[in-house]
Ligand binder design. Structure first.
Ligand SMILES: CSC[C@H]1O[C@@H](n2cnc3c(O)ncnc32)[C@H](O)[C@@H]1O
Ligand SMILES: [Zn+2]
Length: 430
């Protein structure tokens, strides 16, 4: 049985009742058992000195392709389709299990050290990704992304692999891993293939995750090819009959926003990637007004180019204001919720995302004894508008400490950096 407690820390609970308190928090067997202003009596386990630190729920990144860290900086300043077709896909085709292992671990180290305790990953060679999640102690919602621009037998093999992966790893690593199925997008999967994936998701009872309405070109092409814009097209194929998380949702009409709300489709907003690929700006204030669940993702570090969720939280808040000419759009507290509790709910995790009794202890500490946290007044404002992943000191997932004073405890960061560099050199000959 593991027990520890925070002694006299600032606790940003993200609960509606008491968002920020100074006090104590106890954790037993991975869950929060006490949070409040009374010092625990008796033996509460290992003491964590909370002075000078703010504790908050870990950040949840709801869209990533972690192994693509190997291609960071490899195809900058290109539009999505050119970037995919000329830079990413030709090089990803050469990725081996080893490449995916080291690329994913590189991303996991970056995520943990910048306060992300849970991430969604859509990729290939997914057993390697799941293994990396299991070893590193992070939480992951994982899915084998399938691209159906290939002969029927290859389509079938990819789908069978995706099904096997989703079945095998569901609930693994003490429940830290959950799984989904993923048609990559409406432009890379023929309609009958998407229908087969939806049927498999029904059979397995897992959610679906896909890219949707990311660029204007994607929307135009969908209309030319199928006579429908992507949301109507996916709805017709049954995608929204399952719990579904779509990435991007940049180019949506009022009617499409209503459709997503009606079908309880969740949207992962990826502001950094959308800006860098010049895809556009998602209508986040309108999505939220319509009741659509919105969370935040980085997309891969080949289109971002880092995995710092503090940046996505700030970008989401600033873009919402700048694009609506309304400074009250997406206030700091709401932006922070998109990066924490709404992220967890977006992937159907109901016991992650707040510091409350009974919740899983996915917790990060922030060093608030730094100039940009002064004057010490509104901590939520400081985290959103002034903070960064570099401020994170300690990280716990499911009550287990995985980062202490910026050092990863369960994986060897130096070796991972070395191996990732070697993978890059093998892949590119550089
Ligand atoms: C089939 S595995 C995932 C696949 O997705 C590609 N990808 C990465 N970023 C994006 C993006 O922003 N839009 C669409 N597809 C993307 C990646 O290259 C992998 O091949
Ligand atoms: Zn993506």
């Amino acid at each position: 049985m593991s027990r520890w407690w925070i002694d006299n820390g600032l606790l940003l609970t993200m609960s509606d009742a008491a968002p920020v308190i100074r006090g104590y928090m106890c954790v037993e067997n991975g869950r929060i058992t006490y949070i409040g202003q009374d010092r625990p009596q008796g033996d509460a386990g290992e003491r964590v000195d909370g002075r000078g630190k703010l504790y908050m729920p870990g950040l949840v990144n709801t869209h990533n392709h972690a192994a693509m860290s190997l291609l960071r900086g490899f195809g900058d300043d290109l539009a999505l389709q050119v970037w995919l077709e000329t830079k990413m896909w030709p090089n990803e085709a050469k990725f081996t299990d080893e490449d995916v292992r080291w690329g994913t671990l590189l991303s996991i180290v970056e995520m943990l050290k910048s306060g992300t305790t849970c991430f969604v990953d859509m990729y290939d060679h997914m057993d390697e990704v799941a293994q990396a999640v299991a070893e590193s102690g992070i939480r992951g919602c994982l899915t084998r992304g399938v691209i159906g621009l290939c002969p029927p037998d290859v389509q079938t093999a990819k789908l069978e692999e995706a099904i096997r992966f989703a079945r095998t790893w569901q609930g693994a690593a003490d429940g830290r891993i959950t799984t989904m199925l993923s048609p990559h997008s409406p432009y890379t999967c023929p309609p009958d293939y998407i229908e087969r994936i939806v049927e498999a998701a029904h059979d397995l009872d897992v959610p679906l995750h896909t890219h949707m309405s990311e660029t204007r070109r994607e929307v135009e092409q969908n209309v030319e090819q199928y006579g429908l814009r992507p949301p109507a097209h996916l709805a017709k194929l049954g995608v929204f009959s399952r719990p579904c998380l779509v990435a991007h949702g940049v180019h949506l009409t009022d009617e499409e926003i209503e459709l997503l709300a009606e079908h309880r489709v969740h949207v992962s907003h990826n502001p950094g990637s959308n800006l860098k690929l010049a895809s556009g700006i998602a209508r986040v204030p309108d999505l939220l007004r319509a009741g659509v669940r919105v969370s935040l993702g980085t997309d891969s570090s080949a289109s971002n180019n880092n995995l710092d969720m503090f940046e996505e939280i700030r970008l989401a808040a600033l873009l919402a204001k700048g694009s609506s000419f309304d400074p009250t759009a997406l206030p700091a507290a709401q932006a922070l919720k998109l990066g924490t509790v709404e992220g967890a709910r977006s992937i159907w995790l109901n016991d992650v995302g707040t510091l409350e009794v009974g919740m899983q202890a996915d917790v990060i500490s922030i060093d608030v004894e730094q100039p940009h946290y002064y004057p010490q007044t509104d901590y939520i404002s400081h985290i959103v508008y002034a903070g960064s992943g570099a401020d994170v000191r300690d990280v716990w997932v499911q009550g287990r400490q995985v980062v202490r004073n910026r050092e990863c405890l369960l994986v060897d960061e130096e070796k991972i950096r070395r191996e990732a560099q070697a993978c890059y050199q093998r892949l590119t000959g550089n």
